[in-house]
Design a protein around this ligand. Structure first.
Ligand code: ZN
Length: 375
């Protein structure tokens, strides 16, 4: 049975819907918003008045008209609130500033070594403060700070439990990076936040498997637009699926897991650490790169086939490698098709909208969604 909403909840829901519609349109009139949302003009009028009073939209004058009364036009002040996301990896920080429309207003990729020792917070805090200062962002005006980490975070947000990527040998206590800002802070697993970025685009399927092909491989399972956390916050640890018994050693210490066959490092390391150099070489016919990539695609096809059999949902490929896969998607689909035992499963492989900035964007957008939901 469908739950019935009370009048306050309906009003709250309508206001959000009107605001999201105006954010998507950029600018509009009361009549147009009412028509698009199929709500009444008095409902649209009241929501617009409240959103104007909250400083989230403004009147921009009269819309051009071919006759009759000219309608007042409004626009969403997309940068009225910003949220910041930091994605921490072993050798990089990715920073992204996101506005109310979910647009990336500014981003940086900084090469710096991060170790979970005494300098951990300062290693993150320093570049983050520099970034916010360069973008003239007041700390107190931020809707929140999302921090994406390459590891498993405790459900109560107090500890980074595991991180092979950062070389963590015991749980690390987590504390706010910018305590003086007085803003909400939340920590996320990097693959989970990259998957969140995908979900927030609004164009992702309701159910899918997300495969994060970064320097380590991660993933997430999405059911009805929600990421499944698992009992121990470890759902979607796709990098540790056993695909070659007795095979290459995984960074976790066991052998034959998917990570040593799917890590972006397999491709970047032969090219001096640059994925772009690898893919350029591949295009130019480098035979060594072609052999590495053939094997890489075969293992990726195996993983996609296994995920498809288990979940019967599309697979979205994200992470650094996915940004280069467009020209090879048909070949990859062909390899999966060769393995497939079911008919009609084509077009089940999609590529993420984001590349390097995915995890930073996903963790920042969490607070934008939170802010809009609270209106
Ligand atoms: Zn492993």
């Amino acid at each position: 049975m469908k739950e019935r909403l009370n009048s306050a909840e309906i009003k709250h829901h309508n206001k959000q819907f009107i605001y999201r519609t105006l954010l998507a349109l950029g600018s509009s009139t009361k009549t147009e918003i009412a028509a698009r949302t199929r709500l009444s003009i008095p409902t649209a009028t009241q929501a617009i008045e409240e959103l104007t009073a909250a400083g989230l939209i403004e009147e921009t004058g009269y819309q051009a008209s071919s006759g009759g009364r000219r309608a007042v036009s409004f626009r969403a002040l997309r940068n009225a609130r910003l949220s910041v996301g930091v994605d921490v990896s072993r050798n990089h920080l990715n920073l992204a500033l996101v506005n109310l429309a979910g647009e990336v207003v500014a981003s940086r990729r900084i090469r710096t070594a991060i170790t979970p020792g005494p300098s951990f917070y300062e290693d993150i805090r320093g570049p983050l403060l520099d970034f916010l200062s360069e973008e003239s962002v007041r700390l107190s005006s931020l809707a929140g700070l999302g921090v994406s980490l390459p590891g498993i975070i405790s459900r109560d947000q107090t500890k980074l439990l595991y991180s092979h990527v950062l070389g963590l040998d015991r749980p690390l206590g987590l504390k706010p990076i910018l305590p003086e800002a007085g803003i909400p802070v939340r920590f996320f697993n990097d693959a989970t936040s990259a998957c969140m970025a995908e979900l927030y685009t609004g164009t992702a399927p309701s159910d899918f498997c997300f495969v994060f092909l970064g320097n380590s491989v991660g993933g997430a399972f999405v059911n009805d637009k929600k990421i499944l956390p698992g009992y121990h916050e470890r759902s979607g640890e796709i990098g540790h699926i056993l695909i070659v018994p007795g095979g290459r050693k995984c960074y976790c210490g066991k052998c034959g897991h998917y990570d040593p066959y799917g890590s972006a490092l397999l491709l970047s390391e032969p090219a001096g650490g640059q994925l772009s150099v690898f893919f350029r070489g591949l295009e130019e016919g480098n035979a060594e790169y072609a052999a590495i990539f053939d094997e890489y695609l075969q293992h990726l096809a195996l993983l996609i086939y296994d995920l498809g059999v288990m979940t019967d949902t599309p697979v979205i490929l994200g992470g650094y490698v996915a940004g280069y896969l467009t020209p090879y998607l048909d070949r990859l689909s062909g390899l999966v098709r060769d393995l497939n035992i079911f008919e009609g499963s084509d077009n089940m492989i999609l590529l993420s909208h984001y590349q390097f900035e995915a995890s930073a964007v996903g963790s920042a957008r969490y607070f934008i969604e939170d802010f809009i939901s609270s209106l």
